[in-house]
Write a protein that binds this ligand. Structure first.
Ligand code: FMN
Length: 152
């Protein structure tokens, strides 16, 4: 029932290839210093790459990027095929058309249960215009302002 935004978290592998997956576990952790967190399933194919990467990038998806959200959650596809990106810190790809980008230096990672918790320090961030993709009740949706907020 808890509504979240949807992101694609990316990094660059040692061989120069791009790695990324759809993640809604992204959240803010601290303002000073600026820290963010997200968690990765221990069985994820990208696990070892994220564990050894110095940086990762969080791409906050817009409603127009729903097909990418689905593609980056599927195994066995070339996720970055035809996706326009530009290079972020540490080589982590920033996906064009996203709503916001956080370029992070990995501070720590801890295993808790069946997930790895990553904490990163935000080194650069940027935003664009548009409406954010939402995930709630196992499905994708859109969020918008409530036209008339009730008065107390
Ligand atoms: C909306 C949505 C949110 C997701 N959030 C996460 C997440 O926070 N962490 C995670 O490990 N997997 C998450 N997944 C699943 C991964 O995207 C999926 O397992 C992906 O194939 C993992 O890629 P990898 O095996 O290449 O690392 C999510 C999937 C969807 C559709």
């Amino acid at each position: 029932m808890f509504a979240t935004g949807v992101t694609i978290v990316t990094t660059q592998a040692a061989d120069g290839g791009f790695i990324g997956l759809t993640a809604n576990s992204f959240n803010s952790l601290s303002l000073d210093p600026p820290l963010v967190l997200w968690s990765l399933g221990v069985r994820a194919g990208s696990r070892d790459t994220f564990l050894s990467a110095t940086h990762f990038a969080v791409n906050v998806l817009s409603t127009r990027q729903l097909p990418l959200a689905m593609r980056f959650a599927r195994a066995g596809t070339n996720r970055f095929a035809g996706v326009s990106v530009h290079a972020g810190l540490g080589g982590a790809p920033l996906i064009d058309g996203a709503l916001a980008w956080f370029e992070c230096e990995t501070r720590t990672h801890y295993r808790h249960g069946d997930h790895l918790l990553f904490i990163g320090e935000v080194k650069r961030c940027a935003r664009a215009q548009g409406s954010g993709l939402v995930f709630q009740q196992g499905g994708f949706g859109v969020a918008g302002p409530i036209a008339e907020e009730p008065r107390e």
